[in-house]
Structure formats: C-alpha cells, structure tokens
Write a protein that binds this ligand. Structure first.
Ligand code: NIG
Ligand code: FE
Length: 424
C-alpha cells in the first residue's frame, strides 16, 4: 500500500475482533486462541482489500486517515470475517412449503411425493418454465437475504435444469450475479442432481448426456468451478458418480459430492477415491468412509438445517469426525425442498445444539474452513492483510452469543469487497 494515500474504510475500537488467524492473541483461553482474537482491535481497508489489522492504536497510527475515510466505531461490538456458505441451491423458481408441512405431520415420504407440486421434480418444472429475467429476480432476492445474515461468499449449484440449455440458464445467472454484485461466488454444475423425468428408466442414457455433452460444454464456456453429483439410492449410483466426477476432472471441474444424505450409500468412500474437494451432508457416512476422506484430504461440509427442516433426529456424526481429525465446514444448503434457510448464524446455532460443536469450531467451520471447501481460502475466510475485505460487524458483546441468540439478526454491518452491503 502507498502509505501516503488515505484508507477507504476504518473499523476501530472493536471490542472483540475475530481474525481467525492463529497466534494473534496470547491472553486468550485456548479455545479463543484458535479464533485469533484481538481485543480493542481495528481493521483498515483500501481498494476492497484489508491493508492493516491489529490493536486500535497501532492501526490508527500506522495508516493514513483522510477526509474521505469512512470510519466505524465498533466499541461494544464483535467483528469477524464475512460468512462463507459453501453449499447452496440458490437459483430456483417456486416454493414447496406444502411438502415441508406434510412432513412435520408425519405423512410418509412416498405419499408426499405423489401429491401435486412436491419434490425436486416440481422445482425442475417451474425453473425450466421461468424466463432468465424471472429467475434472476428471484435469485437476487435470495442473495439479499443471505447477505442480510452476513454471508459474503457463496457457492451456488445448478441442478434444476437437467438438460444442457436449462443448466446453462442457471449457471449464467450465477455468472451474471458474480459480475454485477459485491458478493463473492463459486459455481457448481449439478446436472447429476436427479434423473430428469424424460429419462425415466433410462438413467445410463442421462449419464451419457451429462458426460458427453453437458460437462464439456459447461467447462469450455467457463460456467462452473465444480462438478457435483447426488450419490444416493434412486439418484446416482457410486459407479455413475465416479464416472461423472472423473470426466468433470478431465475438463478442469473440481469434484464435489452429495454423500450419505438419506442413507449410507458409500458416498464418503467415493469422495475419498475420487479425491473430491468436499463431501457434503454425511449424515449416514460410515466411520471407515470418514477415515478414508481424512486420508484423501476431503473436507466434510455439514448442513444441519436439512435434518432440522426434514424433522429428523439424525444429524451428521460430528464428534466422530472431530476424533478422526477431519476438516469440517458448515453451510445452509439453501434450497426450496430441504432447507429454505438463508442464515449462517442459524446454522451455527444448530451446529452447537445438534452437532455438539463448540462455538469456536462452528465459527471456524463457517468462515475459513468453508472457504477451503470452495477453494477460496487464499482470498476470504479470515481478517488478514491482503485478503478481500469481507467483514461482519455484530451488535453483540462476545462471540459466544452467536449461537445463543437464536434466529435474532444481530448482523449490523456487512462489508463485501470493501463496500458496505448492509448497515454502515
Ligand atoms: O441438498 N440432496 C440433494 N438436493 C438437495 C435438495 C434439493 C431439493 O429438495 O430441491 C439437498 O438437500
Ligand atoms: Fe444440496
């Protein structure tokens, strides 16, 4: 940075600054150490990047503060990195509250799926029918709502198009938003979400379409970073998943997988074998599979709002994962069927109450680990000099209040790429 130029934004007097960088604090308790806490801290921002982090007096005396520097006094506040949501299906048309309500009443899944306007298939129908502009408008609303809860980086999947043209439509919307908003995006091709109705009983033919047409064209047009498959009984088999993920890899799309969400189908093992960047859900993953994931360096992405929204008692075996030493991230899985949830703070509440994560681990899982799960950790996920300025200011006194204040939106100011997107 040119020291003669004043900074654009200064946040100072921060009661508790969670940098998520190890080793900043010597006075903190062991758990707090992992969060890299600076008491009475400050952050200076210039050209969308963090240029100085430290104690308030140290930062204010070492950067130039001019008449154009926007200053925020964050005394009595907690400041932490913008949340990273590493798993969403943000682009979709229509809503499916009917099936949510029937499920809570204990109506069996087979019966619910026979009802009109239920299931992924309905979302596919509505999404295909929506024009590009209609879908873009809907997605912008969801984006506003995730940013309102402090998410500044998001992974978005396709998967409600299920043919070349419609998958392109979904991914172009993500590209459009990436280019025209302040939020950070990664996009994922999920052509292998379900077998579309027109390929009923011809699933191998659909897999051929995915590997021969959809993947190559999406990759050549630079429309996705990742390639994902739902590996599950009645969705895609282990063999199909491997084929789809290997072909994606050849075309430069990093593999991801929806694994062991509804049953133990060996998804964690597939993740390890293919060396996916992440394996997501893992509610029914085997211990063996989790160990293999650890060896292969696969990150586990846990999505507890899915169990919550489906009214299930089963949550991913986090304590086993912790024992094994697996890197774990958290996400919302925002989608119209199993998790209409834009809020990472609510995900943290469930991580603490249902997965039995410590609050510190849940914060790490929602920031730097989530950034790792989408290959963004060099750019976001910590408050560190050189990184993109993605920062949340919370109107609470101590980070331990994050899961405790259930569904209260204490996210007061959200900064993404150095710009204020909420509050100020
Ligand atoms: O992540 N697992 C697959 N897909 C979604 C559900 C999508 C939907 O129901 O529309 C999930 O849970
Ligand atoms: Fe999902």
């Amino acid at each position: 940075m040119d020291a003669s130029q004043s900074v654009d934004l200064l946040i100072y007097n921060i009661k508790e600054l969670l940098t998520l960088v190890d080793g900043y604090t010597t006075s903190a308790k062991d758990n707090e150490k992992k969060l890299g806490i600076i008491e009475d801290g400050a952050v200076a921002i210039k050209n969308g990047r963090i240029v100085k982090v430290g104690k308030s007096d140290e930062v204010t005396s070492s950067v130039k503060i001019g008449k154009n520097t926007y200053q925020i006094d964050a005394s009595k506040k907690v400041v932490l990195p913008g949340f990273v949501d590493p798993h969403t299906h943000l682009v979709f048309a229509g809503t499916r509250e009917k099936e949510f309500l029937l499920r809570q009443q204990g109506v069996p899944e087979s019966k619910i799926m026979k009802e009109e306007n239920t299931g992924i298939i309905s979302t596919v129908r509505w999404t295909r029918k929506a024009t590009y502009e209609e879908l873009l408008e809907e997605t912008k609303k969801h984006l506003t709502s995730i940013a309102d809860w402090g998410t500044t980086t998001v992974e978005v999947k396709s998967g409600y198009g299920l043919n070349l043209e419609e998958e392109i439509k979904m991914l172009k919307i993500v590209k459009d938003l990436k280019e025209h908003t302040l939020i950070n995006f990664k996009s994922t091709l999920l052509a292998a979400h379900i077998i579309p109705p027109e390929y009923n009983m011809r699933d191998e033919k659909y897999v051929d379409l995915v590997v021969e047409d959809i993947i190559p064209i999406i990759a050549k047009n630079d429309l996705a970073n990742f390639n994902d498959v739902w590996c599950e009984k009645g969705k895609f088999t282990r063999e199909q998943a491997k084929r789809i993920l290997h072909v994606g890899k050849k075309f430069g799309l990093k593999p991801k997988i929806h694994a062991d969400e509804l049953s133990n189908c060996g998804g964690a093992e597939v993740a390890a074998e293919v060396s996916t960047i992440s394996a997501d859900h893992l509610i029914y993953a085997s211990e063996e599979g989790l160990k293999k994931m650890k060896e292969a360096g696969v990150i586990g992405v846990l999505l507890p709002t899915v169990s919550f929204s489906l009214g299930k008692e089963d949550y991913a075996p986090y304590s086993k994962m912790k024992e094994i030493g697996l890197t774990v991230a958290l996400g919302t899985d925002f989608n119209p069927g199993t998790s209409f949830c834009p809020s990472m703070p609510f995900v943290i509440t469930l991580a603490v109450t249902k997965l039995k994560m410590s609050v510190e681990d849940a914060i790490i899982a929602s920031t730097i680990n989530a950034a790792k799960a989408i290959d963004m950790d060099k750019e976001v996920g910590t408050i560190e000099e050189g990184k993109r300025a993605n920062i949340n200011i919370l109107s609470i006194h101590h980070y331990e209040e994050i899961p405790y204040r259930i569904a209260e939106n204490y996210v007061e100011t959200v900064i993404s790429n150095g710009e204020i997107v909420k509050g100020g």
